[in-house]
Design a protein around this ligand. Sequence first.
Ligand code: NAD
Length: 733
Amino acid sequence: MNTSITSVTKTLRVSWQDSVCIIDFHDESKSMNAFSRDILTDLDKVVSQALAVPGLAGIVMTSSKPGCFAAGVDISIFDSLTTQAAGEEASATLHALFQKFADAEVPTVAAINGVCLGGGLELSLACHYRICSSHASTQLGLPEIQLGLLPGGGGTQRLPRVIGVAPALDLILTGKKVDAKKALKLGLVSEVVPENQLLQRAVQLCKTNPPVALEKRKTGFGMLGQVRAKELAGIDVQKLALETNPIGRSIIERKTLEQIEKNTKGFYPAPKKALEALMKGLSRPLAEGLKIEAKLFGDLVVTPESRSLVHIFRIVTAAKKNPFDADAQKAAREQVINPLLSGDTFVGMLGAGLMGSGIATVLSDKNIRCALLDRDGTGVQRGLKNVQSYFDERLKKRRIKKFDRDAAMGRIVPSVDLSTFAATPIVVEAVFEDLAVKHDMLKRCEAAIHNEDFIFASNTSSLPIGRIAAAAKKPENVVGMHFFSPVPKMPLVEIITTEKTSSKAGSAAFDLAAKMGKNIIVVKDGPGFYTTRILAFLIAEALNILSEGASIEAIDKALEKFGMPVGPITLLDEVGIDVGAHIITVLKDAFAERIVIPAELESIIAEDRKGRKNGRGFYTYVEGKKDKPDTGIYKHLKHGDDRKHFDMKDIADRCMYVFMNEAARCLDEGIIDSTATGDLGAIFGLGFPPFLGGPFHHAQQLGYARVVQTLDELAGRYGARFAPAAHWKNSAR
Ligand SMILES: NC(=O)c1ccc[n+]([C@@H]2O[C@H](COP(=O)([O-])OP(=O)(O)OC[C@H]3O[C@@H](n4cnc5c(N)ncnc54)[C@H](O)[C@@H]3O)[C@@H](O)[C@H]2O)c1
């Protein structure tokens, strides 16, 4: 075949093969192709020129960037969409561009290789044919919902017409991605071919198949337009019947709405609007549906929820960059990370309890070997059982095969003897929260490990890393690596560096956490670091409100209404009342002037109330599950059973303002280096509501003057802990 490159822009390369025009995304300035204004302008120009060429046989959209067809719209475009009208217009502009592919008199084919998300998939849906490569990097999806938006490039209209209502809702409302195999099964692509045959096959399709735009197909909507006769056998006819008649579709709409209410608790407007766009559009011609989509996209783009989610996307992306200096990164890679990734050595996991077994699970899941050590066989076996149950569960859900489960278990070496660690470059410590035990383990590791430069990463939740490092021969190799429970689910690792921690140790901990798939914040050492400290202030405030006469359920409900996933009293039961009280006490030593703990907590603990783990807490437990508030606790508190009415907003304000204020003090003191770090830590470590964007973003949205004023008022009523941190006062100026 005769190929010639005819034009090149900064973002696109155009070549011809036997009268078929091949448009190749290739944004040279970026590692991923994203639809920037430049790329969209170039694409419009190039496709218009191609369509005007006499004898044109077809157009193929593809990408020569490895692993990336198009990752969606460039996020910076959203900054310029400051009004509803600007959002609506941007969506309509995309529609007009993509419509050129749909309206073409010649076949248009998307040849998808690598990630094809958001606008990338919407462009593909406008093409007459979509095929993709079988390469592992191929992933298709519409993740806009995760930014508080709906797909504004035709996705809510074309996807249900291509794959059917229910599967389209599933993709749009979850933002999930599907691989090539699943895309074929859904009818999202018509063929999956090996990577090296993709372009050739796309060109061939242009030559042999007619141009068929969605709206020109005989079947109005549903899957029939795409599905070939032999594939019909696999279709759920009942579901199809439900989708292709108005009553059936209204049932789907009602059920979906119920599910959305349940999942979002009314905090996120995007899923409802996406459902509305999809359902309204289905009973109208495509062009009208697209107008509805544009209008609703405009509505969403200016919502504070979307602004918050876009902010989170941005800070998550920025936080992926290792912040340590290049030499330290190189040394950490060579001495720690590469030997782990090659499987030559393993992580020494000290302690096989709740956290140790969780960390071992994630390490193994990410193909990193570890030795899991505890005091005795019983401890190790208990840890291994936890790991095994995680992989068994995944096997049951068919996420992995038996072979994968067995291989994952094989990556963990059980041990009761520290000599197993002799060759490890890094130990992650998760033994009891007791300084003497941690010192003892550190010294024993120093004696057992041959490499005297091994890194000792502690998972302590409250002990200052500097105090642990005080017992080390090489305190520069001691670093904090604070995971959250349950480790496989919680997406954050807080890395804590002391004044002595070397950049190499910090970098090794950072890269290891990144390989484990975690979001990472790097903070300075101090009592409770960042996350534990601000959470302790929140929980202490909740206990004060309880002590003043509020009911357990009123406090939890107030915070849930604010958007927290669980209330602070439930959380204390989950963490363990003993553990929580210990942490608050550690912090009390450091911040005596402002942390206030009700004296009654002692008598509650004296009653052996530990929370969920022993079935006795602020709540009662039936077969390990939270049941109802345990009113027996009120006898320890003022007002006894006669609980007072407290305003929900007052409760939430007190808890959240003390939390936000302490976060700002961490910034004032340099514990965190930026508001972005503070937002990430609170969202991913503590469940601060994502739709508010983190404590700092939330404060900015509220207005700093208002934050200072509210804190001043609260300080007047409740004391110094509410006195506005310098950060708020400076920002309000
Ligand atoms: N539980 C949480 O939510 C959480 C969250 C973050 C950090 N942490 C921290 O992680 C650490 C462990 O917490 P956990 O909840 O897993 O506790 P855990 O009690 O479940 O596990 C601790 C394990 O360490 C083992 N151990 C104790 N001394 C040992 C020794 N000398 N040699 C070998 N093994 C020893 C114990 O047998 C036990 O299996 C603590 O520092 C804790 O503060 C806990």
